[in-house]
Write a protein that binds this ligand. Structure first.
Ligand SMILES: Cc1ncc(COP(=O)(O)O)c(C=O)c1O
Length: 401
């Protein structure tokens, strides 16, 4: 007899909830925040500048502009590339709403291109099929920290004279064939939301090597003013700042940058710990006879998946439960499982506006119905990881056919 699940009244695998994506701040972050508060300058200022400089150096980009979210960066990317009504932007369906929503914000049309079942990232062949004379931009999403097939995407973009804007919300520190994500396309956007590998509670960064794009991003990210606040207030000579375009309010604060500076310096350590925990999971789940399967990662020795998500795919034909029931059962066991993502073409807004059917993007649909994410954060212990494996085993045994 399988053990009774907590969701059915049994004893949970652990007493305390193991949170999904809990941020990991240390004394350094706390001291820096206090220092910032005491300095009297809490919004965009010297710490934001320092964070931008260190971030640009970490990824190897010429410029980094700190923002209040990755969504802001994706939106600004559309704005500075002049994307607007009548244009189409190719995005994968297996992503967060923001990737496509920003295309709607500028009045353009997001066009989905299905994902590759082996990488769970956008499939270059499907990009080719989605291109029309209106296509302007391709937005690859490095799903879960897995680098997309950037050589193929770059070749397609060059052949059709398209721009590439990367959604690297999950991918700080990721590498594609030895090159760090953040240096491969004109614009790359990172997220520092609470549960991301680098957290500033809320925040984002856009990187570019293009001086003209950097200039535009700087102006648009803060009201369209000709000079930002730090420069305005820290000069002996008064000079007026003027609105040169109707910009946005997308700047990062020094309070956020205080967290970011130390999170950035710890990234390599964090990634190494994520790799250890993922190796533990890999070994454990290899013994589940395919009922649960670990999403693939690159093995070319030159690319690096940064394990923002540790993703399992369920073989639903061998389970009596749906993916949602499976996650509910894990939550009852006090394992903070989550799901990334319900494909965008199946969300009401996109489904109704563009008339999509679930099987228009069959790979995304299949993955979207069977995918789940397990807790994976650098502060987790082996005991925590073992609890996750034990809970998954318990749920598989209870729901197995
Ligand atoms: C793939 C992807 N893109 C964009 C975003 C938006 O990031 P932010 O919350 O920083 O705006 C997220 C957030 O989770 C995401 O997962």
């Amino acid at each position: 007899m399988p053990e009774q699940l907590a969701i059915d009244g049994g004893k949970p695998t652990r007493e305390k909830m193991l949170l999904f994506g809990a941020p990991y701040f240390g004394d350094e972050e706390i001291a820096e925040v206090v220092d910032t508060i005491k300095s009297g300058w809490v919004s965009t200022g010297p710490k934001t500048k320092k964070f931008e400089d260190e971030f640009a150096a970490y990824v190897g980009a010429k410029y980094a502009i700190a923002l209040n979210s990755c969504t802001a960066g994706l939106h600004l990317s559309m704005v500075v590339l002049g994307v607007g009504p009548g244009d189409e932007v190719i995005v994968p369906p297996l992503t967060f709403g923001a990737t496509a929503n920003v295309v709607e914000h500028v009045g353009a049309k997001p066009v989905f291109a299905d994902i590759d079942p082996t990488t769970l990232c956008i499939d270059p062949q499907q990009i080719e099929k989605a291109i029309t004379p209106r296509t302007k931009v391709i937005v690859p999403v490095h799903y879960g920290g897995m680098p997309c097939a950037m050589d193929e995407i770059r070749a397609i973009a060059d052949a059709h004279r398209l721009q590439v804007v990367e959604d690297a919300a999950h991918a700080i520190g990721a590498k594609y064939k030895g090159r760090t994500i953040g240096t491969l396309s004109p614009l790359t956007n990172f997220s520092f939301y609470a549960n991301k590998n680098l957290s500033t509670a809320e925040g984002g960064m856009v990187t570019t090597d293009d001086a003209a794009l950097e200039e535009k991003l700087r102006v648009y990210h803060l009201h369209g003013l000709s000079r930002d606040a730090w420069k305005r207030y820290h000069t002996k000579e008064f000079s007026m700042s003027e609105v040169v375009v109707p910009g946005y309010k997308y700047n990062m604060t020094d309070l956020q940058a205080s967290l970011g500076l130390h999170q950035l310096r710890k990234q390599e350590q964090f990634i190494a710990r994520r790799e250890e925990l993922a190796a533990f999971y890999d070994e454990a789940f290899s013994e589940f006879d395919g009922v649960v399967r670990t999403a693939p990662r690159p093995h070319d020795g030159q690319s690096r998946h940064v394990l923002h998500l540790y993703v399992l795919l369920l073989d639903l034909a061998r389970l009596k439960a749906s993916r949602n029931q499976f996650i509910s059962a894990l939550l009852a066991e006090n394992i903070g499982a989550s799901m990334h993502f319900w494909p965008l073409h199946m969300h009401p807004y996109y489904r109704e506006k563009y008339g999509y059917q679930p099987d228009d993007f069959p790979v995304a649909r299949r993955v979207g119905e069977s995918v789940l994410s397990l807790p994976l954060t650098p502060q987790m212990s082996e005991r925590d990881a073992q609890d996750v494996v034990d809970a998954v085993r318990k749920v598989v045994e209870a729901y197995g056919r």
